[in-house]
Design a protein around this ligand. Structure first.
Ligand SMILES: Cc1cc2nc3c(=O)[nH]c(=O)nc-3n(C[C@H](O)[C@H](O)[C@H](O)COP(=O)(O)OP(=O)(O)OC[C@H]3O[C@@H](n4cnc5c(N)ncnc54)[C@H](O)[C@@H]3O)c2cc1C
Length: 460
């Protein structure tokens, strides 16, 4: 019988546990225990329900294009609970010199694919528009094999610094809470780096892949659940045997003797196992690996994390009408605007099933506001929402969720670092590292890693 300890009950650890459970049900000689430090499963996936609003404290959805989370949702019986984003009203605004300006239609992240919307947009200067056109005919030299560079440098080479500050930086700040000058182009914009190496011009590359993609029914960009992301966590957890879950159990030490892992929590030794899956933030895995391999521990610890804060603000419609908002999914705030808020979602527009008709729900994000108290944050956001959206009324409720050191930063050289981690981890018997620190920060990638870890144990 293989005994597996999974440490960390976020979506990565939960996915590993679910697929091991599937193995048990199909007769594999395996048992597992999932150790979670906090009193609840799900990690940063957490949903609250207030005034009939579905409020996401952490992620609100995941990318539909990556299949692993949707597959898991179907496997746990949530096929009828999946919802897609309302892409028919997808519009994003960028705060530009204090005013909301619509992102031109046809911009694929940073790459323009339609001439007129870009040419007529007040968001970008004439010189940037000319540079975008020139990129098609005279693209820069591609990034040489084996080299990495920052996202800011990659985008700047193609389209200039204005596209970095007004598009790339705010878009990536929303995903990583990070800085375009530090994030790795190869890790974060791998698709565009591949297009560059094949077509040199990103515009040419995007247009070419678009013309080659089959034109079936369009899939919504984002997928979520009618009752929020917690529904996903609860449905996965319901498939696990309750005796295999240990909550309030922070693992503080792991020892390896004669191929057997001994796991100790803050309350004492909790068991012996043949295999260890660390589904933790890299800095937490670093601590547990310190006595096994100092180099591995050091590299794990060198992966930076940023803090993240989400603030949900609910307004009954007599005090704030939906028509008073500009429409679309929300807006992004470039750092150059000097605001605390980095982005704001108009929740009722992005998904159905989230907000009752007589309510407006705004969800603001920040990453560098950790020093502010809740009261200070509320008053800063109230001022920023008044300046940006003209909102005078006070919200009926405000819900603040703080996620310290939650977002792994894929800095320049990240993929080499991950390769080094994988090589060193291979030297330690029966150890697997999974989670958002390595090869994808989004939920689908975390599910993929959990599934892969379980498959490797079941098949070897
Ligand atoms: C605010 C926010 C918004 C996001 N939005 C999106 C989004 O819209 N779409 C998307 O795809 N992704 C989004 N992400 C990213 C994504 O949600 C995360 O990368 C992913 O959920 C991480 O899952 P995980 O299981 O790897 O880690 P975590 O969720 O961090 O889970 C790790 C778990 O390990 C536990 N733990 C830590 N130390 C120990 C220990 N010593 N012993 C036992 N347990 C321990 C922790 O308590 C935690 O439960 C967002 C992230 C944040 C913070």
């Amino acid at each position: 019988m293989k005994r597996v300890a999974i440490i960390g009950g976020g979506i990565s650890g939960l996915s590993a546990a679910f697929y091991l459970e599937q193995g048990c049900r199909s007769g594999a000689a395996v048992e597992y225990t999932l150790f979670e430090a906090s009193p609840r499963l799900g990690g940063v996936l957490k949903t609250q329900h207030l005034h009939d609003c579905v409020i996401e404290a952490g992620p609100d959805s995941f990318l539909s294009a990556k299949p692993w989370a949707t597959e898991l949702a179907r496997e746990v019986g949530l096929q009828d609970e999946l919802i897609g984003s309302n892409d028919f009203q997808r519009k994003t605004f960028i705060l530009n010199n204090g005013r909301l300006t619509e992102m031109p239609d046809g911009i694929q992240m940073i790459v323009p694919t339609k001439a007129w919307p870009v040419a007529s947009s007040p968001l970008l200067s004439l010189s940037t528009k000319l540079r975008m056109a020139r990129e098609y005919v005279a693209p820069p030299e591609p990034l040489s094999e084996g080299r990495d560079e920052s996202v800011a440098s990659f985008v700047e080479r193609h389209f200039g610094s204005e596209v970095v500050s007004k598009l790339a930086a705010p878009l990536l700040a929303g995903v990583y809470g990070g800085d375009a000058a530090q994030l790795s182009a190869r890790a974060v914009l791998s698709h565009f780096v591949a297009l560059e190496s094949k077509h040199r011009s990103l515009v040419r590359g995007v247009l070419h892949s678009r013309s080659n993609s089959n034109s079936g029914a369009p899939t919504p960009i984002f997928t979520s659940f009618k009752r929020g992301m917690q529904q996903f966590v609860d449905a996965v957890a319901a498939q696990l045997s309750p005796e295999c879950i240990a909550l309030n159990c922070a693992v503080s030490k792991t020892e390896l003797h004669d191929g057997e892992w001994s796991v100790t929590s803050t309350q004492g030794q909790v068991g012996k196992f043949n295999h260890l899956i660390l589904a933790l933030p890299a800095y937490a895995s670093a601590e547990l690996m310190q006595t096994h391999d100092a180099d591995l521990s050091r590299i794990l610890d060198s992966i930076r994390y940023s803090d993240s804060i989400t603030v949900a603000l609910g307004y009954p419609t007599p005090s704030l009408r939906r028509t008073a908002l500009p429409g679309g999914f929300g807006f992004l705030v470039p750092r150059t605007e000097g605001r605390t808020m980095m982005a704001c979602t108009f929740v009722q527009n992005k998904f159905n099933h989230r907000v009752p008709d007589d309510y407006v729900l705004l969800r603001a994000f920040s990453s560098g506001a950790g020093n502010h108290s809740d009261a200070e944050l509320r008053s800063i956001l109230a001022k920023e929402l008044k300046d940006i959206l003209g909102i005078d009324s006070s919200p009926e409720f405000v819900s603040i969720a703080r996620w310290p050191r939650a977002m792994a930063q894929y800095d320049v050289g990240h993929l080499e670092k991950v390769a080094a981690i994988e090589k060193l981890a291979k030297g330690i018997p029966h150890l697997t590292l999974i989670g958002n620190a390595y090869r994808g920060i989004g939920i689908p990638d975390c599910v993929r890693e959990g599934k892969q870890a379980a498959a490797n144990i079941l098949n070897n």
